[in-house]
Design a binder for this molecule. Structure first.
Ligand code: SF4
Length: 656
């Protein structure tokens, strides 16, 4: 089959063996590769009720179906396992350079089972697989380790996935790092890698991936690239705050065309959204209890995206990405280079803590990238502690002398160091906000903001209720990359799929809060489409440009030789979505996640953009499940296509 390698690699760390397994074409036709492949295999091989940090958990590194075929913005790798943070399906995805390396080594995925008794790393060069001692790297940060391993294997230029000290210390908010500071941060999968005593995977290879129609791939990519290169002059940075203010004040909303977001991303990266989001009520403030006015006095100057741009040395591009939303940057106050902080980090350590010191955010971002700790969960957990400190739930004595007053950034490097090393007061926050609250006891009045244990990302459901829906209905709770009202607008699926509701150019904001059929269909479409993207290895930012410009369906056909319609591909997206839900049926007590009431306007805010807004999930969640054909009360899939798909894999195993 074209576009894929047709096999995966298994590595067993308990008995230090490895072997290959063939994957039948029929399976790719049902789930693509990437997340879909991981969902089938983890469903089959992780026993129910297994300990996420135990020997039975399996860590999957997978590459998307389109990776390496000549398409653009399709080089995301995904890591998946049972999440120790939420005890559900867990995954995280990342750009960087690992996805093509997995395929160039000859595999669509690397599946790691068992546990080593001592630190090891896995070296993969084409068919050669070695499990090697890693004592010398244990305790070293992720970037230093990656640099050392790349140097060791010169001139091969391998790609490396690595954990920092947070993963080694089994922090449930730790991630896996690639390309010197890009991170697959969510779901606590760094801790799964740490529990296996696996410090790193080093991958190199020279296998080629062939698309079915290389000429067609080239033509599609060329056409799409015209949209990427179109870049008119845009407003100065401070005006993005003005844009957000208008969006806040008007009772009507203009449907956002993804080209606008592309222009912002290309110019500034995700920090283009800092002040727009704050002004319009998207960026949470003061542990989700404040509003834009609490952080407004200087933020338009301090968080102006032009300030970030001035520090940028080079644009950063993931593999196969002409857009390049990332940046390699100087530090504001010292020598050295680092990845430019992303919107999520800037907000989690900015408005969420009322921190106006932008230079502290560069330092914190670098510390977290090195330690391999998720900046969303870390910032949200610290915000929770700040609120406890303000309310007198935590005393200066209990924090070990750390003054957790809103806006105080001085103590953050020390606090994060303690969290990463699970020591002193920091140990209280190492496993996230929900577990910290449990340590304090339920009788204490406190507000850790999360969905079923995973801290919410920096997008307020009171501003875009779609974030709340997807935070509670998806197999991995609390994620912002699985759907929202805005995402549906930008995907513009109705331009390729007639049955999907079209969003009017202007609409009243109240429409977003209704449990209307249109909103239900939009949420279902998001779930299917984003699952499809994750099977293809596509970047969400590419898909935001709209399916009439980002030729995902056409690339998939040209890469594989299939003749699928967009509807057929949405069915594949559904298959992947159902497989994740079926995984949770075996592993999780409930298929509907909880969400902190504060984040959905219970009680409603008294000021700001989200004043008096409530997200009513009671009607829309059952309607969402019903639309999928699942049990509307429990979220249990009734038509288990998944069993048929898993049996395709099982039969192929039997025949090997
Ligand atoms: S748009 Fe940004 S995150 Fe997406 S592939 Fe390009 S550089 Fe990576």
């Amino acid at each position: 089959m074209h576009a894929v390698t047709g096999k995966i690699l298994w590595v067993d760390l308990s008995n230090k063996t490895s072997y290959e397994e063939k994957i039948p074409e029929e399976l790719y036709k049902n789930v693509l590769s990437g997340l879909g492949l991981a969902a089938v295999i983890l469903n089959k091989h992780i026993p129910p009720n297994s300990d996420p940090l135990g020997e039975d958990n399996i860590l999957a590194f997978v590459s998307g179906l389109l990776t390496g075929t000549g398409s653009f913005l399709t080089g995301r790798w995904i890591v998946a396992a049972k999440s120790p943070l939420t005890n559900t399906w867990g995954d995280a995805n990342c750009g960087g350079n690992l996805a093509p390396a997995i395929k160039q080594a000859g595999y669509d995925g690397i599946f790691i089972k068992g546990t080593s008794s001592h630190p090891v790393y896995i070296y993969i060069k084409n068919d050669q697989v070695m499990i090697l001692p890693a004592e010398e790297y244990w305790g070293i940060d992720a970037i230093e380790t990656e640099n050392a391993l790349i140097k060791k294997y010169q001139p091969q230029q391998p790609s490396v996935a690595v954990i920092g000290q947070a993963g080694e210390n089994l922090s449930l908010i730790s991630g896996i790092v690639n390309d010197r500071g890009r991170m697959a941060a969510r779901s606590g999968l760094g801790a799964v890698m740490g529990s296996k005593k696996l410090k790193a995977i080093v991958i190199t290879g020279n296998k080629k991936i062939a698309a079915h129609s290389p000429e067609k791939m080239k033509k599609l990519s060329h056409q799409f690239n015209r949209y990427i290169q179109f870049q008119p002059p845009f407003l100065p940075g401070f005006m993005t705050g003005f844009l957000g203010m208008i969006m806040r004040i008007l009772p009507f909303q203009m449907a956002i065309d993804g080209m606008l977001y592309k222009i912002l991303l290309k110019k500034w990266g995700t920090v283009s959204m800092n002040i727009t989001s704050l002004e319009q009520g998207d960026a949470p403030v003061k542990n989700w209890d404040g509003y834009h006015g609490d952080f407004r006095s200087k933020q338009n100057i301090k968080y102006n995206p032009d300030r970030f741009q001035k520090l940028e040395i080079n644009k950063y591009h993931c593999y196969s990405c002409p857009l390049g939303c990332g940046g390699i940057s100087k530090f504001p106050n010292r020598d050295g280079e680092t990845h430019k902080p992303e919107y999520e980090t800037v907000t989690a350590f900015g408005s969420l803590l009322l921190n106006e010191d932008i230079s502290s955010i560069y330092e914190i971002n670098d510390i977290l990238n090195r330690a391999g700790m998720d900046s969303i969960s870390a910032g949200a957990s610290i915000a929770y502690a700040y609120e406890c400190f303000e309310k007198g739930i935590l005393s200066l004595e209990e924090t070990g002398g750390l003054n957790l007053t809103w806006g105080n950034s001085q103590i953050l490097p020390e606090l994060i160091h303690q969290m990463v090393h699970r020591e002193k007061f920091g140990a209280f926050l190492t496993d996230g906000a929900k577990i910290a609250a449990q340590k304090l006891g339920n009788s204490k009045m406190s507000n850790p903001v999360h969905a079923s244990g995973q801290e919410l990302a920096m997008h307020d459901p009171r501003n875009d209720p779609g974030f709340a829906i997807h935070a509670v209905v998806e197999a991995t709770p609390g994620r912002h990359t699985l759907g929202s009202n805005l995402y549906y607008e930008m995907f513009s699926l109705w331009k390729k799929l007639n049955s999907y509701p079209k969003i009017s150019r202007f609409y009243h904001k109240n429409k977003k809060y209704q449990s209307s059929r249109e909103n239900v269909l939009a949420a279902v479409a998001n779930s299917k489409f984003i699952s499809l993207l994750n099977g293809a290895g596509a970047c969400l930012f590419g898909a935001f440009i709209g399916v009439h410009r980002f030729p995902i369906f056409e690339w998939l056909n040209a890469a594989t030789g299939w003749q699928n319609t967009p509807e057929d591909y949405m069915q594949i997206g559904y298959n992947i979505h159902e497989l994740k839900q079926v995984f949770n049926q075996k592993h999780s007590e409930s298929l509907i996640h909880s969400i902190t009431p504060r984040a959905i306007g219970l009680p409603p805010q008294k000021k700001g953009a989200n004043q008096n807004r409530k997200v009513n999930l009671n009607e829309i969640v059952p309607a969402y499940f019903q639309e999928l054909g699942w049990n509307e009360k429990t979220g249990q899939p009734t038509d288990q296509i998944s069993n048929r798909i898993i049996s395709i894999y099982v039969e192929s195993q039997d025949n090997q």
